[in-house]
Write a protein of this length. Structure first.
Ligand code: A2P
Length: 257
């Protein structure tokens, strides 16, 4: 049996010159947990060319959705960015990943911190009612260079609060904090500084982040992860794993090499 499902592209959306997303059909046998990633890609010269992508869509949805950057000479994304409705994409059969709420101790506020396409796993998590269990608030933070890169802003701000099944939970618990670093916007600054210096929780009327009460899920660039790792280490935060619930979990955003 092939390691991949062959699925059909059902829609493509270009957010900017360097960012796009697409949806595709989903084999009923493809199961994943909210926050996981899988290998996806295209057949190129008779061989699978794949990279790791977090699933954006909810685990209960009939289709799958993915968010991608466009790297001009990236082996996969230089091709993937041209996909059209009806094209075939490969979807790896074995999703994996560490951004699981089951790896976290219950707490007060759950911070989901993503930069760039590091938003993707959190888009799936905020559509999972179980992700809100055990937390008073879920704070979704998306950091980008420009406002145009704040993908899914309308979905988060307008659609989800009105959603038939999720609306009530989202209205009660979800706080969305988009922030931009290279142009003027209502929130400006890096996802590191805004948490480390307390600006972000203060803006939302929340207490400063405290490992005794708060949990963090992180997905972003290697630099972001390094800065947080140093901060977690300094504060003696406990990392959650498969076998041990902790105070934070981390995944790197998968940038094409
Ligand atoms: P900045 O504009 O200050 O570099 P990218 O598009 O490079 O993936 O970046 C996405 C967002 O992540 C940008 O707002 C960028 O801010 C920010 N960023 C990049 N590196 C770090 C880091 N080490 N810590 C915090 N934020 C970072």
């Amino acid at each position: 049996m092939s390691a991949y499902f062959e699925e059909k592209v059902t829609s493509v959306h270009h957010w900017t010159d360097s960012l796009f997303s697409f949806t595709c059909t989903r084999d009923p046998a493809f199961r994943f947990k909210s926050g996981q990633f899988t290998m996806i890609g295209l057949m190129v010269e008779g061989k699978p060319l794949v990279r790791a992508y977090s699933v954006v869509s909810g685990h209960w949805e009939e289709h799958l959705e993915f968010l991608s950057i466009k790297v001009p000479d990236g082996p996969l994304t230089s091709r993937l960015q041209h996909i059209q409705v009806g094209d075939t994409v490969l979807i790896g059969r074995k999703p994996v990943g560490t951004l699981l709420t089951e790896s976290l101790l219950p707490g007060r506020n759950l911070y989901m911190l993503g930069t760039g396409t590091g938003l993707a796993p959190f888009m799936s998590l905020i559509r999972d009612p179980d992700a809100y269990e055990g937390f008073e608030r879920v704070v979704l933070v998306h950091g980008c260079r420009t406002v145009a890169e704040l993908a899914y802003e309308d979905l988060i701000k307008a659609e989800l609060p009105e959603h038939e099944l999720l609306g009530e939970l989202v209205r009660e618990k979800l706080l969305y904090y988009p922030t931009v670093t290279r142009e003027a916007f209502v929130h400006q600054g890096r996802v590191t500084d805004l948490i480390f210096n307390g600006t972000l929780p203060a803006d939302l009327g929340l207490a400063p982040v405290d490992k005794a009460h708060d949990r963090i899920m992180l997905c972003g660039s290697p630099g972001l992860l390094a800065d947080y790792n140093a901060w977690f280490k300094q504060g003696a935060w406990i990392e959650g794993t498969n076998n041990l619930q902790g105070q934070y979990v981390i995944e790197k955003a998968f940038v094409e090499k």
